[in-house]
Design a protein around this ligand. Structure first.
Ligand code: UDP
Ligand code: LCN
Length: 824
């Protein structure tokens, strides 16, 4: 019996005994064409000497070999050897070589595997730089189960509980005591009358764990005798007598909870009490978020080059974080105002947006602003033009310095948490958090490496256009320096059973002639956390909430959807308005596959009878677009509408940037008892999916990427395979047919979608998680300081000696106007 938990190399001899002949033929086929890189599909085809072999029955018949090949994502063939990169589970890789002649099998290291791979691209790799970042994490605990990936905070509280609860008597909690002694709120801003300088929770007199425990006992006894609502101010003087400072709570009851949490942690910590305590500690007040590349603004930026859902995400995130911060600070009995600054680029030539404004308050917040800092040219002038996100590397170091100075000026203190977004934001977040010595968080809405096949080994071919040499190096630096990483979904980190995740693809990779990452980032690192975004529920609310509906907008929406007028705002019309509408909205990129949806619809007669199609996206006139990809898609849309004679059944509306009206538009589609369809070839997360679901619109979304996780297929919506249009359109048609037979079916799907959202995808859940991360990892980073510092120093050296050179070699294209490239 084969145990799939054993290493492949260990199991091979037994498998060989079972089917030596079959294996030999297979490996000889692999080497028959000389040295090459083979991908999974190719390997599966050649397993049987050509033709498709990926059906499960066939693989089962191939026994162990079939199992190994079905888990092999790539093979390096250097006759007589074949080196296999086998992914046995999400995040779990094994590298082996098989000799095609005698079938001897050997386990090899990732580095050995990558060296073999380089030979395919380089004549001589003997002087290739190798970086092994995993080797620097000697004592960092690792998760072990693939199903725990992305649940880092939970595991950190477990590790902390055994660490703090371990032997060592009263000294065992020294790290926690030192952390508490360092808690302080200091602020001095230029116009402030006086500086604020407050110790928090404990004073310097409580300098041993014993003294702290004694003080906690006294305070606990005292607050238990007070009315639960007694304000902290009335108890403050007693707290101070015991060496306790403010920050425990606003009332006797709240103080009692925090005191009890800390007492429990000091006495016998368990993961739950640690988690509770860190969710109450007053440690995060000011947050800085870097989303550097533009255009970043609140109006008229969606659809501009490089600007998509990540802007929506950051702005909504800020609103949620501010709300959560205000609640927490009040609950801690403090009166400090939180501040959130979103740092982006100031673009003097702002094309009708506010991207040339330095400080812009964020709507629907009281204490949050966008702060724009310009890029500087070599001679110190403000760089006037937009610069593609692929070309901005030479500007980032100076940008980080300038931003840092501005932040300190505006906040009057160091932020408590610096979060980066996308490669550029993350790199700057690294530079700024390193300089200020504060906690660093990382977000990547989509990592670029997995978007382009073989972008690592073929980096040289693509570098003039994409500068992946800089990008992947910057990603490695930021992922490794970051205290925690926020991902939207599990698949973003570790993919699925069959497909590696975006972060996972950085585990071991090489850029021949540049750098070999023998280990880059390990997805079993407890820094990974899933915190899925939500949708602004004041904008995207259920269609059934009649009193909130924006009926004033209905005439405009009516004209958009059902008007007959064709111009550069909309084309096509809907003849039969009694039919439900299937709706899609996205940037008009290839990957969004809106043209795919139009084609599926065109080809499916049954679907065309059942529903109308409304799509929002892009421009309608190709001559008005500057984006190469968008132009192609626009032309394709027109030709599909003609080819399938869709007029009368389709309405194509140009990109809509009024999110409030878009919210009502989703609801109006729900009024038709229609559905939302997200047909992307790949979607990192998919904000439109949750927007639609929030409005109560049954949703069909791609099974490639985030939506596969957002929706539970056939329960809270439907998955569709974007590579199989026939099956997808059939699934949509079946749904509407079923709704005709059972009108309650539509209602059930609508409600189930909403339920899924409320359980898992709200900004409130997100904000709670992220602030807990800020607090928990803020302490975690103080443990094993020497080892962590050694890794930081190594990465700093890597930045100085390697990254800086790469960044400086990128032509400063921003200093001349440039055409838009791809968008995120
Ligand atoms: N969006 C919009 N108008 C459009 C197309 C998209 O307002 O014409 C918004 C959409 O509502 C969503 C965001 O842009 O909030 C797109 O985010 P998503 O995650 O779906 O995709 P991205 O563009 O980030 O890849
Ligand atoms: C970027 C993307 O491509 C989308 O899939 C995400 O939903 C968006 O950012 C926000 O995270």
């Amino acid at each position: 019996m084969m145990r799939r938990s054993d290493s492949i190399a260990d199991m091979m001899p037994e498998a060989l005994r079972q089917s030596r002949y079959h294996m030999k033929r297979c490996f000889q086929r692999f080497v028959s064409q000389g040295s090459r890189l083979m991908k999974q599909q190719h390997l599966l085809e050649e397993l049987h000497g050509g033709g498709s072999a990926d059906n499960n029955k066939q693989l089962a018949a191939d026994g162990f070999l079939g199992h190994v090949i079905s888990c092999t994502h790539e093979a390096v063939v250097l006759p007589p050897y074949v080196a296999l990169a086998v992914r046995r589970n999400p995040g779990v890789w094994e590298y082996i070589t098989v000799h095609s002649g005698d079938l001897t099998v050997q386990q090899i290291t990732p580095s050995d595997y990558l060296k073999r791979k380089e030979i395919l691209f380089l004549y001589d790799n003997s002087s290739q730089l190798e970086v092994n970042l995993g080797a620097l994490d000697l004592s960092t605990p690792r998760l072990t189960l693939p199903c725990s990936i992305g649940n880092g905070m939970h595991l950190v509280s477990r590790f902390l509980s055994s660490r703090l609860g371990g032997g060592g008597g009263r000294t065992k909690n020294k790290a926690l005591l030192d952390y508490l002694l360092a808690l302080r709120y200091y602020r001095r801003r230029p116009g402030d009358q006086q500086q604020i300088n407050n110790k928090l929770l404990i004073s310097d007199t409580l300098d041993t764990v014993g003294k702290l425990q004694a003080a906690l006992l006294l305070a606990q006894a005292f607050v238990s005798e007070q009315h639960p609502d007694t304000p902290y101010q009335q108890m403050a003087h007693r707290f101070q007598e015991w060496g306790l400072e403010k920050g425990w709570g606003d009332t006797a009851e709240a103080c009692g909870h925090t005191l009890a949490c800390l007492a429990e942690v000091l006495q016998a910590p368990d993961p739950a009490s640690i988690h509770r305590f860190f969710s109450r500690v007053p440690s995060v007040f000011d947050v800085v978020i870097f989303s550097v590349h533009g255009y970043f603004g609140q109006h008229k930026v969606l659809g501009m080059p490089d600007t998509g859902g990540q802007v929506v995400y950051i702005l909504d995130q800020v609103r949620a974080l501010e709300e959560e911060l205000l609640q927490r600070i009040k609950g801690q009995g403090l009166t400090f105002t939180p501040n959130i600054l979103v740092l982006t680029r100031l673009i003097p030539e702002a094309k009708g947006t506010t991207c040339n404004v330095e400080l812009e308050p964020i709507e629907n917040t009281r204490h949050s602003s966008i702060l724009r800092v310009p890029f500087k040219t070599q001679d110190g002038q403000d760089l006037p033009h937009w610069v593609s996100r692929f070309d901005i590397y030479p500007y980032l170091e100076r940008y980080a310095q300038d931003s840092c100075a501005k932040i300190l000026d505006i906040l009057g203190r160091k932020p408590d948490l610096v979060i980066g977004n996308y490669t550029d934001g993350n790199l700057v977040a690294y530079l700024v958090s390193r300089k200020l010595g504060v906690t660093q968080g990382t977000i990547a809405h989509a990592l670029e490496k997995t978007k382009y096949e073989d972008s690592d080994v073929k980096w040289r071919e693509m570098d003039h256009k994409y500068h992946f040499s800089c990008q992947f190096t910057a990603d490695m630096i930021a992922m490794n320096t970051s205290d925690f990483i926020i991902a939207s979904t599990y698949q973003e980190i570790a993919g699925s059973k069959d497909k590696p995740g975006q972060y996972e693809s950085h585990y071991a990779f090489t850029m021949p002639g540049l750098c070999r990452f023998a280990t880059g980032i390990n997805v079993f690192d407890p820094k990974f956390n899933i915190a899925a975004p939500g949708a602004d529920q004041s904008v995207y609310f259920p269609f059934t909430l009649k009193h909130k509906r924006l009926t004033d907008l209905h005439p405009q929406i009516e004209a958009l959807v059902y008007g007959k007028e064709e111009n550069d705002e909309h084309i096509g019309y809907l003849e039969n308005r009694r039919k439900p509408v299937i709706f899609s909205m996205a940037r008009l990129d290839k990957v969004k596959n809106i043209t795919g949806l139009v084609e599926w619809y065109g080809q499916d007669k049954r679907l065309r009878v059942l529903v109308n199609l409304v799509v929002v996206g892009g421009l309608l006139d190709p001559t008005q677009s500057k984006d190469r990809e968008e132009i192609e898609e626009i032309n394709k849309m027109h030709s599909l509408i003609n080819k399938y004679q869709l007029k009368g059944q389709i309405r194509w509306i140009k990109a809509q940037t009024d999110r409030v009206r878009n919210g009502e538009l989703y609801r109006c589609i729900a009024d038709t008892r229609g559905a939302f369809v997200q047909p992307a070839l790949y979607e990192a997360f998919g904000l439109t999916v949750i927007e639609a679901m929030n409005c109560g619109l049954p949703t069909f979304a791609t099974n490639q990427g985030g939506p596969a996780e957002i929706i539970v297929d056939e329960v809270s919506g439907f998955h569709i395979n974007p590579l199989d249009g026939k099956e997808a359109s059939n699934k949509i048609a079946n749904f509407f047919q079923k709704c005709n037979e059972d009108p309650m079916y539509w209602n059930r799907m609508s409600t189930a979608g909403l339920q899924r959202i409320y359980e898992c995808y709200t900004w409130q859940i997100y904000a709670t998680k992220v602030l807990n991360m800020g607090s928990m990892y803020g302490f975690w980073r103080t443990l094993d300081k020497e080892e962590k510092q050694a890794k930081q120093q190594y990465l700093q050296m890597f930045y100085n000696l390697h990254f800086r050179k790469l960044a400086n070699a990128v032509p400063k294209v921003g200093e001349q106007p440039e055409q838009a490239t791809a968008v995120p």
